[in-house]
Write a protein that binds this ligand. Sequence first.
Ligand code: AMP
Length: 581
Amino acid sequence: MKYSDLVDVYEKIESTSKRLEKTHYISELLKKTSAEDIPTITLLIRGRLFPDWDKRKIGVASKLVLKAINTASGAGIPAIENMWKEIGDLGLVAEKVIDNKSQSTLFSFSLKVAKVFSNLRKLTKIEGIGSVDRKTQLIAELLSSAKPKEAKYIVRTVLEDLRVGIGDGTMRDSIVWAYMSVRVGYDAEAISIDVDREEYNKVVEIVQSAYDKSNDFSAVALAAKKGVAELEKISLIPGNPIKVMLAQKVTSMEEGFEKVGSPAVIEYKYDGFRMQIHKFKNQIKVLTRRLEDVTKQFPEVVDYVKERVEGKSFIIDCEAVGFDPKTDKYLVFQHISQRIRRKYNIEELAKKLPIELNVFDVLFYNGENLLNKPLKERRELLEKIIKEEKFKIIVSKKLVTSNKAEATKFYEESVKKGNEGVMLKSIDSPYKPGSRVGFMVKLKSEMDTLDLVIVGAEWGEGKRSGWLTSFTLACIDDDGNYLEMGKVGTGVKEKPEEGLSFGELTEMLKPHIKQEKGREVIIKPEIVLEIKFEEIQASPTYSSGYALRFPRVVQAREDRRPDECSTLDMVKEEFEKQKKK
Ligand code: AMP
């Protein structure tokens, strides 16, 4: 396929915010994509090079792209830099520069999607001496044969900043429209569809389920093109990360029971961080909730799982909780978060800040996919296969009850022990990867916080110079757009001994800086902060339509993916609840 065919679709998608319209464009593109190009197109359409479970990044800095534009066009670096300052988007700069150049050039051949993909993939493999030059060459090669609009999207893809906003749901529906045998009457005028709902939902569910298991739209699209039987063959594969199931929030035990039904499985809500652990071919893989591989950072976890979980192959879902080996007291997440990032002296840190694994679910066991088995059965299996030992590995403490008073007592006991509250789970529910369906809800003792992503900051002055300060926060909408909701500085410390410091946060953010204008810095959405606040207010100033009154940083959540931060819907819901009070 020609790259320009893909670019036409990018342009159309970028010019609309309507989900159905996007779905229509993508599905039309998929229909004319050959099987050979499907894996590439399903990735590139969302600006990606790898399936969702694969955390490799392109990781090319803006400066390098600038040099590539210079190499490809002959335009001077200062001139390109000035344009960049003015326009703000290097993609648009590339488009303009290539347009100026191309007035004297005739395009003799067209760039193929496969060529773009191949060069971009190469970027991720180059390391060591001379790597900057080689990377510049790979990008410049593409830009020299690109038409202006193509240059725009090549640059944006390289910078991992495509800005087309295609959520998982849109991608799934596009596959349904393109390949599944269900009639979808799309009305372009009214931007609406006419379908047999029951039949349509059934087909959507089949595609969603294949995605839940593979975490890979390329595989799903390829199978869908061949038919339902092929989709149903897609299975969980231990070793390939799958998205974790997320929890909704409730504010009372009553609401909890309403959501999950009774009797409910109620468990302690431990204050640590999520670990998804895979065993396959005698190998253990430890993943965070972001699905980043942290096996090396947690050698003791590997030992516990090897020694104390029976089975040849499995995927288990756990909360890792830190404790102080001197006092045997549990520690809150903040203390152990440094273990996630640690690259050296790992054994030493593991002794100083050991963790206990609290296992609460099993998704795959000895060749069998358990996602659709009821929670009750999954828990029973867990209790059988784990040899518990306190401060090493235990099965999360649970109570099965329909009795509100009993449940409340259990909740109080949990909070007294230093936990955050309880989780209530639906006893017959399946495991839904990646979704916040109401099969599991959390009831916390403390006022709730929001998890927001940093999208901007300001360089400090005076004694704060050299540090990023005043962080712009954003939530996310259904299409993966980050929407601003105000700034925060309070809660971040000057001295690292006192908690999350400006110095530390600056180091975390630096690799993600997209652009600087004076003291203002635009930052790629990567780092998640947990934020406390007095109140949510409606605000015309920010793109989300909301702002926080007296926001305060509680901590950095390095275990969270940016696209798992609080959603616009959650903010809205919270706002409405507040109003009622
Ligand atoms: P939150 O992070 O506030 O959205 O709450 C959900 C998180 O609580 C999960 O992602 C887990 O990391 C954590 N958690 C702690 N204990 C449990 C438990 N027993 N079952 C499920 N999740 C738990």
